[in-house]
Design a protein. Sequence first.
Length: 155
Amino acid sequence: MREMTSLADSIEEYLKKLLNLSASGFIDIKRKELSSKFSCVPSQVNYVLETRFTLEKGYLVESKRGGKGYVRLRKIKVPPESLLSFILRDIKKGPVDDVKAKGFIQMLYEEKYISLRESRIMEAVISSLHIIEDSSLQHRLNGLLLRNMLFILLK
């Protein structure tokens, strides 16, 4: 049996390939069919959708329940001039935990606004804040550091 991480990676990679091949910019999937393809339970598909395809990472997941229900997965295209504003607005709204910060970094990398090297440096900075025990302070610093790194990198 595959590990949850490698299974999640495989499902994520498969869905991203389908999205890249989609002329419409979105794909409709059925959880049950996807779980059957990967020999897993539907909750594992839900896990991937909820953790790997978030708004912070540039995805919109819509769900229609019922017998003919489906999940629509859409890659959001944010124009370069709006991307920084989008991220900064979200940072101002409140705490920036590791997941959100790394999601923004991943989106910047996938949209080719930053290099792989820059994304790894940014993630290392965010990860280094784990030594701070006060999560409120850690989240505030995440936001501050992410904002400052973005101003430098996206000029």
